[in-house]
Design a protein around this ligand. Structure first.
Ligand SMILES: [Zn+2]
Length: 668
């Protein structure tokens, strides 16, 4: 590879293999089976054959005329569902997406092959984890988690990457490299580190403090072995040499890695943006990349989070200047809501306030924790008396007060929404207050942020948000920054990472704009395995490492929670319907009319007609089964199935609902 100045790359400088040895080729089986016969190839099932058909239960097709009269209440969306189609389609469980995955076992790694495995964070923002494998070593990058929405997985706290592949090769793991201290990169450590054999963690100081702080919440987790690395350190870990370099993000002490493999270097960026002035990276930023840019890089795994935003991101120092200005000019108190993860900014705001002789009140646990971490890491320690308690707010003139708080996303119990509602014990808002929302709206939170803004305006405060002035900037690079990174690293292969699939594909387009060609940009999924076999060849294997997310649900951690989640979703949308049937075996008759209990389904008192019809069905089915029985034996399991089947059809037809049905049979 051309190792001189790579400011203007051209496709010609990429190594493009000839047709026989295409750089990014389709997998043709494991390397020692290149002469497989066509009949062998045909044993691989076609994607359509593997794709699971939705489970259906057919019912008799009802007459459309009759149906129309019967269901005036039906919503148009669901109208065709039971009434016209005649098929009862089961709801899909959580994570029901179907993709063709080659079920053959993953071949053993051989010779000088280097594997890159994207275990998490390439089909979502969060849950980041990659692994690199070479000979007898595996190195893992990050162990994050992802918060999940209540609608997707009710009751689940968060999901973790699936580490079955790593558990299987636990003895080979030589280290866990953590790029920075955000939860989507460190959140999984307490749950996963033991399963990985408690490998040494390599990271920078602030990240190490954040990891340790979090471990306090998990007293049963093992003691960690953390090795602090500094930018520009070079060290052997296992069989390969690692070079670490500093990168910019919304939190200090971020580290990127260049792994020196026999085929060239693999560069893993972590979350990243560039410090720049009007689209020109500042000298300090260029310096960070100076070593990497002179080297022979086979692969780049880079942050895709903001690749849909054109241009350059707003430089963070400009945000600090703007907020400094607002703090200086404010007539009354100032409340600033920001993400606790915006560590750099939080410190900058506090420094601003302190330098202007203001007192600071911290509201929100994560903000208080971050100040403690900043002190421990030597990043910032406020002078004595600068931080005051909320209860002392009235002891100072209002233009001497700055409140840093959580709740900018409208979270119900966070500090700012409580102030806005008038529920805060010490802070009552008034028309002299200035509120700064120094954060963007996380997709999905639009309504709660709108409600928060409405409530704030009801207090007649002066409201400043990222929409009206530059008081927020992202921690991730925009398009021009990402292109600069690709040009600087000038890799033979580019792997867009950290983001949803759509972001990865957009990042791919950016890579093509820099002059890379289609065959050199590999878009992975969770579980994808990319093999680098020489300086020109990277292959995406058709088989994948297990990638279904592990769910953290209360105290249980498992990747087999899907059934439980599917039940919870049904319960939350359609409720539960229990019937208790008592049978007197000696009399071969029902002891009494069946009992029905239901929750979250229909209001029973107003559904007497429905209930009596349901009872009728249960009675009829039970009597039929009793007739079939011989001697004093009743086939309870068959009876349950029959009641379930008939009730499910009946209730769906009558109510367009599919409650969870539980028949209970008492034999006396
Ligand atoms: Zn981050």
């Amino acid at each position: 590879m051309n190792t001189n100045n790579k400011g203007t790359p051209s496709p010609a400088t990429h190594k493009v293999g000839n047709k026989k040895n295409r750089p990014y080729k389709q997998y043709e089986g494991s390397r020692n089976t290149s002469t497989r016969s066509t009949s062998e190839k045909s044993t691989v099932p076609a994607p359509e054959k593997l794709a699971e058909k939705p489970k259906t239960t057919s019912t008799k097709r009802p007459h459309p005329q009759k149906q129309r009269g019967n269901y005036p209440h039906m919503k148009s969306k669901k109208h065709l569902h039971p009434a016209a189609g005649g098929k009862v389609q089961k709801r899909r469980p959580y994570h029901g997406k179907k993709k063709f995955v080659d079920k053959r076992p993953i071949p053993k790694i051989e010779g000088e092959t280097v594997r890159v495995i994207t275990l998490g964070g390439v089909e979502e923002v969060g849950r980041n984890m990659f692994a690199v494998e070479y000979k007898d070593s595996i190195w893992v990058f990050d162990a994050g988690f992802q918060f999940v929405s209540e609608a997707d997985a009710p009751g689940v706290d968060y999901t973790l990457p699936n580490i079955s592949y790593l558990e299987e090769h636990k003895d080979k793991i030589k280290g866990l490299i953590i790029t920075h201290g955000h939860l989507d990169h460190i959140g999984g450590i307490p749950f996963l580190i033991e399963r990985m054999g408690n490998p040494t963690i390599y990271t920078r100081n602030l990240t190490a403090i954040m990891i340790k702080k979090r471990m306090h919440e998990f007293p049963n987790a093992p003691k960690l072995d953390i090795h602090i690395v500094e930018p520009n350190d070079t060290m052997m870990i296992g069989d390969l040499e690692f070079y670490f370099f500093a990168v910019t993000h919304s939190i200090p002490d971020c580290i990127a890695t260049s792994i020196r493999t026999p085929h060239g270097n693999i560069v893993v960026t972590g979350d990243i943006k560039l410090e720049h002035e009007d689209g020109v990276p500042v000298p300090g930023e260029v310096e960070h990349w100076s070593q990497v840019t002179t080297e022979d890089n086979i692969m780049l795994l880079s942050d895709s989070t903001n690749c849909e935003n054109p241009g350059w991101s707003i430089p963070e120092p400009r945000i600090h200047e703007n907020v400094d200005e607002i703090i200086r000019n404010a007539q009354g108190r100032i409340m600033i809501a920001t993400f606790a993860s915006q560590f750099r900014r939080m410190i900058a705001f506090m420094k601003s306030a302190e330098s202007q002789g203001k007192k600071i009140i911290l509201e929100g646990r994560s903000i208080k924790t971050n100040l403690e971490i900043a002190k421990l890491a030597g990043k910032y320690t406020p002078a004595d008396g600068v931080i005051i308690q909320a209860g002392d707010i009235d002891k100072y003139p209002s233009d001497k007060i700055l409140i840093l708080c959580t709740g900018g996303q409208g979270e119900q119990f966070a500090a700012l929404p409580r102030m806005a509602r008038g529920d805060h014990k010490y802070v009552k808002l008034n028309n002299r207050d200035t509120v700064i929302l120094s954060s963007s709206v996380i997709p999905g939170n639009e309504i709660s942020v709108r409600n928060l803004m409405d409530m704030l305006y009801r207090n007649d405060v002066r409201l400043i948000s990222y929409k009206t002035s530059d008081v927020h900037s992202t921690g991730h690079g925009n398009q021009e920054e990402l292109k600069w990174i690709i040009n600087t690293v000038h890799p033979t292969f580019m792997v867009p990472a950290y983001g949803y699939h759509s972001m990865l594909k957009t990042h791919k387009r950016l890579a093509l704009e820099t002059g890379m060609d289609d065959e050199h940009v590999i878009v992975p999924d969770n579980g994808s395995i990319i093999e680098i076999t020489d300086r020109n060849t990277a292959t995406l294997l058709p088989m994948k490492a297990p990638s279904s997310p592990i769910m953290v649900d209360g105290f249980s951690i498992s990747d087999m929670q899907h059934t439980v989640i599917a039940d919870r979703q049904l319960l939350s949308s359609d409720g539960i319907f229990v019937t208790v049937v008592s049978i007197n075996v000696s009399k071969k008759a029902m002891q009494k009319s069946p009992d029905i209990i239901s929750r979250g389904f229909v209001y029973l008192r107003e559904s007497q007609d429905l209930l009596s019809q349901a009872r009728g069905i249960i009675k009829r089915v039970t009597e039929e089964e009793i007739k079939k029985s011989t001697g004093n034996r009743i086939d309870v399991e068959t009876l349950k199935k029959q009641i379930h089947k008939h009730l499910e059809r009946f209730l769906l037809r009558k109510t367009n609902k599919q409650p969870i049905i539980i028949p209970v049979i008492l034999v006396v």
